[in-house]
Design a protein around this ligand. Structure first.
Ligand code: ADP
Length: 420
């Protein structure tokens, strides 16, 4: 080859690589690469094969248009093919006359109605490891493949190897995503079925044991109280599960009505005074705006506030302090539940509102619960277009707060703002 011709070849090689950098569709890039390879090595055709871990064969990922339909589904074995040799040995292979070589895999010719004479096979390498093979076939005028051709194909091969690797990584990521989606769906189905199936028998157990307590001799009350209390606890868990599930499946609806916000918070806080007293914890209510009226779904807001206070009681030592602050902030009601309990490590803070998340392992911790209380609280506040968050210093205490739009109009505005 003359120096001039060689220079032209490199120039067009570089130009191709430059143009291809901006192309994002792999198939287009690979087709361009094989036509440039055929042209520059003066070959009748070129093709690219990728190794597939799933079946242990090489598969064509780019073939010349004239025999694409016939050969693109052929699986090329590693042991009886030229491409397989180049792949397994991670070395170039030049065969000037394939008929004399045992490694030639004739099925490709038969199916592709093509006659191979000579082959130049170059492995596609990523960090020295083969991922596929680049082949140029039939040097025109029965000439022999030379070092120059090998260099051209190697240059293109290093580029193609990166594409092939990206294809593999993308496929793997897609498979992992599909597996994760499937697991998430299974989890959702399980939650929906379990909470639905548990509710009816649980209702019967609670109903009948409450009835029994009314009519039975007093000496059995203690036992029945245990049944009723624990049945109630189970009911709470089932309700939490279905609350999260309903919201995530879009089945949750809010029923808005106007009510006095301080009255609601007072009622909830009062219902916890008994448990606070048992733990010698002071549970203090601080209402800054006694006339604060709000339009919301009281039942759902009650669940959120109750879960925050319940947690504060669970994670605060005996003789600790809890304060519940209620105030108006422009067009929002703000509730803050402050405790001087065990606190939350900063690395866990961003995840505590996730379903089933618990800071301590479920197996070692002393508190009950399924890691649902906060996710349910968040669901309830989100449904109202509000915002909930937590701050904490381990060993010193935690502070949970939420903002709730005061009415329907503000709810719409807030949804746009917080979800933007
Ligand atoms: P659970 O019902 O299991 O307590 P939650 O969703 O209510 O689940 O809370 C998730 C986790 O967040 C808890 O397991 C706990 O580790 C932590 N947490 C919640 N509230 C507090 C708090 N006031 N102080 C310390 N840790 C808390």
């Amino acid at each position: 080859m003359t120096n001039n011709k060689r220079f032209q070849n490199y120039e067009s090689l570089l130009e191709t690589l430059r143009d291809l950098r901006t192309e994002s569709d792999y198939q287009t890039v690979l087709q361009s690469v094989i036509s440039v390879a055929s042209e520059l090595t003066m070959s009748e055709a070129a093709s690219i094969l990728k190794y597939d871990e799933a079946d242990g064969y090489l598969h064509f990922i780019a073939t010349p248009f004239f025999n694409r339909d016939a050969i693109q589904d052929i699986r090329v074995p590693l042991d009886e093919s030229i491409a397989g040799w180049a792949y397994q040995n991670a070395r170039n292979l030049v065969i000037q006359n394939v008929k004399d070589d045992q490694r030639f895999y004739s099925e490709i010719d038969q199916k592709g109605k093509f006659q191979t004479h000579s082959v130049l096979a170059v492995p596609l390498l990523i960090k020295g490891q083969p991922v596929g093979v680049f082949e140029a076939v039939n040097k025109t005028s029965r000439a022999h493949y030379n070092g120059e051709d090998a260099l051209i194909l190697e240059t293109l091969a290093s580029y193609v190897a990166v594409i092939v690797e990206n294809m593999t990584l993308e496929k793997r990521a897609e498979q992992m995503q599909a597996a994760t989606d499937q697991l998430e769906q299974m989890k959702k189905n399980f939650i929906a079925i379990a909470s639905h199936e548990l509710r009816t028998p649980l209702g019967l157990i609670l109903g009948h044991s409450t009835f029994l307590r009314e009519v039975i001799d007093e000496k059995y009350h203690e036992q029945l109280d245990i049944i009723i209390r624990n049945g109630g606890r189970l009911k709470e868990i089932v309700e939490n599960l279905s609350n999260v599930e309903n919201f995530q499946s879009g089945a949750a609806r809010i029923r808005m009505a106007k009510f006095s916000f301080p009255n609601l918070v007072t009622k909830i806080a009062d219902s916890f005074q008994g448990s606070a007293k048992e733990k010698k914890i002071s549970l203090r209510l601080d209402i800054k705006d006694p006339d604060l009226s709000i339009e919301a779904d009281a039942e759902k807001i009650e669940i959120a506030i109750a879960n925050l206070i319940k947690n504060a009681l669970s994670f605060t030592h005996e003789e600790g302090h809890i304060a519940v602050l209620v105030e108006k902030k422009t067009r929002y009601a703000k509730v803050t539940v402050i405790d001087d309990g065990i606190g939350i490590p900063s690395e866990d803070l961003s995840q505590i509102f996730d379903r089933f998340y618990q800071v301590e392992s479920h197996l070692t911790r002393q508190h009950g619960g399924m890691g649902l209380g906060l996710s349910v609280a968040k669901v309830m506040i989100d449904l109202h277009g509000g915002k909930i968050w937590a701050e904490s210093t381990p060993g010193k205490g935690s502070q949970f707060a939420f903002l709730l739009p005061l009415d329907r109009d503000q709810l719409v505005a807030a949804q746009q703002f917080f979800q933007a």
